[in-house]
Design a protein around this ligand. Structure first.
Ligand code: FES
Length: 145
């Protein structure tokens, strides 16, 4: 039986800013430990994702409120749809990023080894239960001169 809808979880950006006193020469890890800073996981939202739609479509279809997301409407010009995928899913994706996608990703804030543009990743049946992270910050690369 083929599914035409699956569940994808979006993990929110956690925009909390925490001020922490730091001693000169201290490592950032020590600053975090000495101030008992816990890096919280953002909130997780379950969405209904249509097979063959893009992750950008899923965000739009489910009315997810992600500031600035998808600013170029999927024309691979902005990088605001940057999402971070779990490694196993990233490796299983049918298509690696095209050169064009990679060029935009290279300009995205907080690029990771498993980053993709949400407008370029199509939902497949085996993505059921996928958890994607929304990066803390995004940039619209059209504004970078
Ligand atoms: Fe702009 Fe994906 S929506 S690059």
């Amino acid at each position: 039986l083929k599914k035409d809808k699956i569940t994808v979880y979006f993990i929110d950006r956690d925009g909390d800013q925490i001020a922490a006193p730091a001693a000169v020469g201290e490592s950032l890890l020590d600053v975090a430990l000495n101030n008992s800073i816990e890096l919280e996981e953002g909130e997780k939202t379950a969405t209904e994702a249509k097979v063959n739609s893009t992750l950008l479509d899923v965000v739009i279809d489910n009315d997810l409120d992600i500031a600035g997301f998808g600013a170029c409407e999927g024309t691979m010009a902005c990088s605001t749809c940057h999402l971070i995928l779990p490694k196993d899913f990233y490796n299983k994706l049918p298509c690696p990023p095209s050169d064009e996608e990679q060029d935009i990703l290279d300009m995205a804030f907080g690029l990771t080894d498993t980053s993709r543009l949400g407008c370029q990743v199509y939902v497949t049946e085996d993505m059921d239960g996928l958890e994607v992270k929304i990066p803390v910050e995004t940039s619209d690369v059209r504004n970078i001169s």
